[in-house]
Design a protein around this ligand. Structure first.
Ligand SMILES: [Fe+2]
Length: 235
């Protein structure tokens, strides 16, 4: 299966069919399209409606996750509902299967990596913060556990590893993802690839500790490499 993936679409309220042509092009090159969060510029329903129209021009299945920015207006469910109405599968609680390939996805959360990882210690609010990252990792694990496919793809917005955010200032690494997202990925043999966005100045390719390939498909990372804003990955 050939999977196209693009992150950080940032559709704006005043844009006119911003992805229509691209989605039509992708439909002729790939079997599935994955959208890796920050779908709209803020999280307004008016922006989601513009993207929804473009999603309708896609003739292949579209799946994806929301990004942190899609929570800005406090209506992430509404955004998901509009995109779902256009035929997109918004991954969050339930995995999805297409032609024998599994797809599991969550937005993820921040929290850092290695020595820089925030621990659930001290003030209740610090524990709550870490809980959010653990929760996202748990949701991903639950989805991966339900899949009975030989191959699957994990779809995220935040990064599970440091390698693919390299290029960003080191001081903000802990806001770009959490290594807690890596644990469920490395627990299941069927995960063959991971895609994420969020780190606009990161690095395209990396690997989890167990060796599963991870791709940062933020369009600003992919475009300079391939001359097109989406990645094509064989699964
Ligand atoms: Fe983001």
């Amino acid at each position: 299966m050939r999977v196209a993936a693009i992150g950080d679409l940032h559709v704006q309220e005043d844009s006119v069919a911003p992805y229509r042509e691209l989605f039509t092009e992708i439909s002729s090159h790939a079997d599935v399209l994955l959208l890796c969060g920050d779908l709209t510029n803020f999280g307004k329903t008016s922006e989601a409606e513009i993207l929804a129209e473009d999603i309708k021009s896609c003739s292949i299945p579209v799946l994806g996750v929301r990004g942190n920015i899609n929570y800005k207006y406090g209506q992430p469910e509404k955004v998901a509902e509009i995109l779902h109405g256009a035929g997109m599968t918004v991954l969050d609680e339930q995995a999805h299967e297409i032609e024998g390939v599994g797809f599991a996805g969550v937005k993820g959360f921040m929290g850092g990596y290695g020595r820089g990882e925030l621990a659930p210690f001290g003030e209740p609010i610090a524990k709550l913060f870490v809980d959010e990252a653990m929760n996202e990792a748990r949701k991903l694990e639950n989805q991966l556990r339900t899949l009975r496919t030989e191959r699957s793809v994990a779809v995220l917005h935040y990064s599970p590893i440091v390698e693919t955010i390299e290029g960003e200032p080191e001081a903000i690494y802990q806001y770009l993802g959490s290594q807690r997202l890596c644990d469920p990925i490395d627990r299941f043999d069927h995960v063959k690839a991971v895609v994420h966005g969020h780190a606009h100045h990161g690095t395209y390719e990396g690997r989890t500790p167990r060796g599963t390939p991870v791709y940062n498909v933020a369009q600003f990372v992919v475009k300079p490499l391939f001359g097109r804003p989406y990645a094509l990955i064989e699964v």
